[in-house]
Design a protein around this ligand. Structure first.
Ligand code: GLU
Length: 493
């Protein structure tokens, strides 16, 4: 396998939104391909037409591309946002590969590795009920496994409805070699003769996916662990055709904090919801990559490129990985802080009041709260007081501890003169403002607390806020003075 070019795939069924766990699967497939200078492709598995959701393909491509998990080959969204395909192993949409799947199914029948089955839904239902009543394992009883060849031909010629099933061994065992789990042994007798072509002529996942993986020269099948129990059927198909097996990697589940399977009930599972909320692609990538895999143990921050350099399937944990939202939040805050100012401001701006026309004022506010934000939308709560017409001073005390109101008035009046004296260079420089004001306080023989508290509350109307120096620098002198006048009017009332 080592001399072959690595080719991985993500093969979602477009039956709704893209699950965050699916993004991790896609990411791992992309990282492995990138690491080896290989190809990552996207194949749409839409053989179950009844479960198709309109727009789901666009949606999943868009989400992947926003996260920079853009396929090198297969289905993708072009510059105009239209679903299209590229590559030489197409079509990459399974419903367009029906004839290919049919051909493989017929070959399996010809090799006696599969057989047409005419059992009706009623018969199968009766069978299931009898098995349940008699406490036998449920499953297909092989009724059509050994029908006379001529009879089969006649019934098909008569247009009788049928499916095609794999003719799996009934004894012995099969060993699946999984990179993550090692050898996993399955007893053939516990595995049902799987339907590979449905009565509507469409292939099921088991045939379609294996045939396509082979035709698309996939070297590594990276998929969710729910498929591990189906792997024997898949290996059977590969071996029936004499194809070289791909490397299998069945990824562990993603779990809620209480160790249950990650579900909608406990939070968001749709990847696009995270993007819409303002989680940044590099934060999501960093977070998802480390969900069940870690190259070292200590380090938490990795860029997409670094992940691709370090990635390996062998270090993926067998155990389920707990989805820790706090860690994602921490990462998002980290990546928000790393953004170039211009990008950061563009993200924050839509969350500030459109009615406020002073863009520089808004930008100063955005930068002031940068360190504290987990999500861009939080800025609206943090910054509310900056935009309020009037602050409500009745809810907080303007005077410091047991100091008098008159003293607060005196301090605020003095602060007004200090602010009015700021030069243009100083007026938005919190550091300079701090030095000047602390100096003035000292000259007056006042305390920091009894001066800075009334000043800060006058500017914010709140118990807690950034320092008065940061507030003055952010407001600018004019707005600062107006706020202090507002507080004085309240105190002098
Ligand atoms: N269509 C399958 C799914 O969405 C793909 C599984 C696989 O990767 O083989 O679960």
């Amino acid at each position: 396998m080592s001399d072959k070019r690595v080719r991985t795939r993500f093969a979602p069924s477009p039956t709704g939104f893209l699950h965050i766990g699916g993004v991790r699967t896609a990411l791992y497939a992309q990282l492995l391909a990138k690491k080896h200078g290989g190809i990552f492709l996207l194949r749409v598995e839409d053989t179950d037409q009844a479960r198709m959701v309109p727009g789901a393909v666009e949606n999943l491509c868009r989400t992947l591309q926003q996260l920079n998990i853009t396929p090198d080959e297969g289905v993708w969204l072009d510059e105009n946002g239209a679903v299209t395909e590229r590559g030489e192993h197409g079509p990459y949409t399974q419903s367009k590969r029906q004839a290919i799947h049919q051909k493989y199914a017929q070959e399996l029948v010809a090799m006696d590795k599969a057989y047409p089955c005419f059992c009706t839904a009623e018969r199968l239902e009766e069978l299931r009920q009898t098995q349940e009543i008699t406490k036998r394992p449920t499953g297909y009883d092989g009724h059509c496994r050994n029908l006379d060849k001529q009879e089969v031909q006649n019934r098909i010629a008569n247009g009788e409805k049928h499916v095609i099933r794999l003719k799996l061994p009934k004894e012995g065992s099969v060993t699946i070699n999984d990179v993550i789990r090692g050898d996993v042994i399955f007893d053939w007798k516990l595995i049902d003769d799987q339907v590979i072509i449905k009565s509507d002529g469409m292939a099921t996942y088991h045939l379609a996916s294996m045939a396509d993986d082979h035709d698309m020269a996939i070297t590594h099948v990276i998929r969710g662990e729910e498929w591990l129990s189906s792997a024997p059927k898949h290996v059977f198909i590969y071996e029936a055709f004499g194809w070289e097996l791909p490397v299998f990697a069945h990824l562990p589940l993603i779990l809620n904090q209480d160790k249950s399977k990650l579900s909608k009930r406990q939070g968001d599972v749709a990847a696009e919801d995270y993007l819409q909320k303002g989680y940044l692609p590099p934060a999501l990538i960093n977070f998802l990559a480390l969900l069940g895999w870690n190259p070292s143990g200590e380090r938490e921050i990795y860029s997409h490129d670094e992940l691709a350099e370090l990635f390996n399937l062998e270090k993926i944990n067998k155990a389920g990985a707990v989805f820790n939202l706090e860690k994602l939040n921490w990462l998002n805050n980290h990546y928000l802080r790393l953004l170039p100012d211009e990008e950061y401001l563009a993200l924050i701006n839509p969350h500030l009041p459109a009615a406020e026309q002073d863009l520089e004022f808004k930008n100063r506010i955005a930068l002031l709260f940068r360190e504290r934000l987990i999500l861009p939308s939080e800025i609206s709560v943090w910054s509310e007081f900056f935009f309020a017409d009037k602050l409500d001073y009745s809810a907080v005390k303007l005077n410091w501890k047991d100091h008098s109101t008159n003293e607060a008035i005196e301090r605020l009046k003095a602060a007004k003169t200090w602010i009015a004296e700021l030069t243009e260079e100083q007026e938005h420089d919190a550091g300079a403002i701090e030095t000047i004001i602390k100096d003035k306080i000292q000259t007056q023989g006042w305390g920091n607390g009894d001066t800075l508290w009334p000043l800060r509350v006058a500017l914010s109307g709140a118990e807690k806020s950034p320092s008065p120096f940061e507030l003055i620098a952010t407001y600018g002198p004019k707005r600062s003075l107006a706020r202090i006048d507002e507080a004085l009017a309240f105190l002098l009332k």
